[in-house]
Design a protein around this ligand. Structure first.
Ligand code: ADP
Ligand code: ADP
Length: 232
C-alpha cells in the first residue's frame, strides 16, 4: 500500500545540510496499523510528510498503491491526495467553523453537493460519537472530542490511508485509549491502512501490528511488535 524505497530527505538552511531521513526502506501493507516510533528529531514527521507530499524526498521513491508519487501528473496527484487523510497532534480544526462545517469542509472544497455533504457529515459524526455536537465550535470541545472531529474530517473524502502525526500526544492516557479504540474501529469499518508516528511506546504497543524504530533519520529496527519489543 505504501512502499518507501531508499527515501532520503535533506534540508539545507544557511549553507548547512541536515539529513532528516536517511535511506529508509519500509513496506506498509494494506489494512495494517503501522507505527513509527523514535525520539524528537528522529525524522518521523519528515517521513510522514513525504507521503502526502507536504515534503518531497531528495532521493528515493514512495509508491502508494504501486504508483510512484514523484512522477504523477497534477490530476493523478490530486486523486492520490484525496485518498490520504491526516490527523494531527493539535487537531488543526478551523476555529471559526462549527463541527459540522469542519467535517464537511474537504467535501465543500471538492464541490460535493450540499445534500450529500449533510448525509455524509451526519453519518461520520454518528460514527465518531459526536452527533450531538454538530453545532458546537472547536473551543467548546475537549481535546478528545476535537480529535474525534479531526478523524471524522479525515474520513470525509473516503481515504484509503490515514496518517496520524502524534495524534494522541496532547491527550491524557484515558482519552488516548478511547481515541485508539476509535482508530481500531476506523480500520475495521473503513478498511483503511493507518500509518502513525509517535514518541509514545504505549500507543505503539496498544494498537500497532508492525513498528519501525527511527533514530537519526534511519530505521534501526523493524518488525511485529513481538519481534521488536520482546528481548531474546
Ligand atoms: P521527528 O518528527 O522525529 O521529531 P523531524 O522529521 O521533525 O523529526 O525532524 C528531523 C530533523 O530534520 C530534525 O533535525 C529537524 O530539526 C530537521 N527538520 C525538520 N523539518 C525541517 C525543515 N523544514 N527545515 C530544516 N530542518 C528541518
Ligand atoms: P451557512 O452558515 O454557511 O449558511 P449553514 O450552517 O446554513 O451554512 O449550513 C449549510 C448546510 O449545512 C445546510 O444544507 C445545512 O442543512 C447543513 N447543516 C449545517 N449544520 C448542520 C447540522 N448541525 N446538522 C445537519 N445539517 C447541517
Amino acid at each position: 500500500m505504501i512502499d518507501f524505497q531508499h527515501v532520503t530527505k535533506k534540508y539545507t538552511t544557511n549553507d548547512k545540510t541536515i539529513t532528516a531521513v536517511n535511506d529508509v526502506n519500509l513496506v506498509v501493507q494494506r489494512g495494517e496499523i503501522f507505527g513509527v516510533i523514535g525520539f524528537s528529531g528522529a525524522g518521523k514527521s519528515t517521513l510522514i510528510r513525504c507521503v502526502n507530499l507536504l515534503e518531497r524526498p531528495t532521493e528515493g521513491k514512495i509508491l502508494v498503491n504501486q504508483k510512484d508519487l514523484l512522477t504523477l501528473s497534477q490530476k493523478e496527484l490530486r486523486d492520490v491526495r484525496r485518498k490520504i487523510g491526516m490527523i494531527f497532534q493539535h487537531f488543526n480544526l478551523l476555529e471559526s467553523k462549527t463541527v459540522f462545517h469542519n467535517v464537511g469542509f474537504p467535501l465543500s472544497l471538492a464541490g460535493v453537493p450540499k445534500q450529500e455533504i449533510k448525509r455524509k457529515v451526519e453519518s461520520l459524526l454518528e460514527f465518531v460519537g459526536l452527533a450531538d455536537k454538530a453545532n458546537h465550535y472547536p473551543e467548546q470541545l475537549s481535546g478528545g472530542q476535537k480529535q474525534r472531529v479531526g478523524i471524522a474530517r479525515a474520513l470525509a473524502t473516503d481515504p484509503e490511508i490515514l496518517l496520524c502525526d502524534e495524534a494522541t500526544s496532547a491527550l491524557d492516557p484515558q482519552t488516548t485509549s478511547s481515541i485508539l479504540d476509535l482508530l481500531r474501529k476506523v480500520r475495521e469499518e473503513y478498511h483503511i491502512t493507518i500509518l502513525m508516528i509517535t514518541h509514545e511506546m504505549q500507543v505503539i504497543k496498544e494498537i500497532c501490528d508492525k513498528v519501525a524504530v527511527m533514530e537519526n533519520g534511519k530505521v534501526i529496527e523493524e518488525g511485529t511488535i513481538f519481534d521488536v519489543f520482546s528481548n531474546p
